[in-house]
Design a protein around this ligand. Structure first.
Ligand code: GLA
Length: 409
């Protein structure tokens, strides 16, 4: 478990570095501000300028005519009454933050150790009781691929080795998708398989790609195999390819090469998941373009992991943590929250215009007290979601649910 957390941290650090390199600012950057509250301006958010939280409408009621409204959660959050209340009031969909990843479900060879379905089963039970949909995230991800998948005679007998890894992959997907077939309507079959390098299609630093490449094999074949196994296990489930930085045109181009190849081969793919881990400099037009490109292929769009990092760090962060902005604490500057609210508003307006292809929009977390971004920066509090650290609706929430709401500046 300790090691898993360490790996997650390392991976998120690397993702942050990529985002920094691409945007020129680790957590944001481009809005023209200097990251500080306006001189003489209020330090605390003007809570009094926000409507009474008791008057907050349910997000799933406001947006339900367009798409499902979801949040990624951990099963233990269901033990927290205030979290349950938020979920029940606002969400029509949930995603397992980690409970459906292979390193949770099968950290050891399941033919010996069995499967650990219990944490995800708790989410299923809650979703059933509250009439919520569940997105299954994620069957295959380079970052949560336990070693047992890749044991075998790699050097001595590459063909046998590849067949063995393939057999394990197919068995795992068959067993997991079958177990959840009554409850999970959509699976992220593969997560983050596209390359970050311009013009290089596939991520090659993946144990899956490496295993299928052994002895001259086609490293990318696992993607096709995974989709076919998932379809065979549950013909009714919708099957997605999930990716980050689809808002970056060069990354989108790599992903579309993969998508087009799968379509050309008759591989059963139903949609593209856009993670959308954004910062305040996000460009809504490139997101629009990514959604449109998927529609042109008559596939579905899901927004799968939306959040908006509020720190506009210099490019040297997070590699040199000392150069990152200081902690805003639980009450970030009002100008930052205003920029975040404006971006959330524009995004949901955009998503509504694409509602024919988008049937689910999920935030990566429910409220600011539980977000991967805080762990990512060694505990510096981030506030990337629409409910604050006390689980109260933020300006971002009101900006999304009420088009007449004036965002406090
Ligand atoms: C990626 C993964 C998610 C989650 C986030 C944050 O986006 O797809 O499952 O782990 O990173 O760590």
């Amino acid at each position: 478990m300790q090691m898993k957390r360490g790996l997650h941290f390392l991976r998120t650090l690397l993702l942050g570095a990529v985002v920094s390199a691409l945007t020129g600012c680790g957590g944001g950057g481009g809005s023209g501000t200097n990251n500080q509250p306006p001189s003489g301006g209020p330090i605390l958010p003007p809570v009094s300028q926000l409507p009474d939280p008791a008057a907050a409408p349910a997000m799933k009621d406001v947006l339900g005519g367009y798409f499902r409204v979801g949040a990624a959660i951990e099963p233990d959050q269901l033990l927290v009454e205030s979290d349950r209340d938020l979920l029940e009031k606002h969400m029509s969909s949930i995603t397992a933050e980690n409970a459906l990843k292979p390193d949770t479900i099968a950290p050891e060879d399941p033919s010996q150790a069995g499967y650990n379905f219990e944490p995800a089963d708790r989410l299923v039970e809650f979703a059933r009781a509250n009439n919520m949909a569940i997105r299954g995230h994620a069957l295959v991800w380079h970052f949560t691929a336990p070693d047992w998948f890749f044991e075998g005679p790699k050097e001595e007998d590459p063909a046998t080795y590849r067949a063995l890894v393939r057999q394990r992959l197919e068995q795992y997907i068959t067993d997991v998708v079958t177990h959840f077939a009554d409850d999970i309507y959509t699976w992220d079959v593969v997560n983050e398989v596209a390359s970050d390098t311009d013009g290089q299609t596939y991520r090659t630093d993946s144990p899956w790609y490496e295993a299928f490449s052994v002895g001259g094999g086609d490293g990318a074949e696992y993607i096709e195999i995974a989709f076919r196994a998932a379809r065979a296990a549950d013909p009714d489930a919708r099957l997605f390819i999930n990716e980050y930085l689809t808002e970056r045109p060069a990354k989108l181009a790599n992903l579309l090469v993969i998508v087009d190849d799968l379509i050309a081969k008759g591989v059963p793919i139903d949609g593209v998941g856009h993670q959308l881990h954004l910062n305040l400099a996000a460009n809504v037009d490139t997101i629009d373009a990514a959604l449109t490109a998927v529609e042109q292929r008559t596939l579905l769009n899901h927004v799968t992991e939306l959040d908006i990092n509020i720190y506009q760090d210099p490019p040297t962060c997070p590699a040199d943590i000392n150069t990152c902005l200081a902690d805003y604490g639980p009450t970030p500057p009002v100008a930052v929250l205003a920029a975040q609210a404006q971006l959330y508003r524009e995004l949901y307006e955009l998503f509504r215009t694409h509602d024919a292809s988008i049937d689910s929009v999920t935030t990566w977390g429910l409220h600011d007290a539980h977000t991967w971004l805080t762990a990512f920066h060694q505990g510096r509090l981030n506030s990337p979601l629409m409910f604050d650290h006390d689980r109260q609706p933020k300006a971002a929430f009101w900006a999304v649910v009420d088009s007449t709401f004036t965002i406090p500046q």
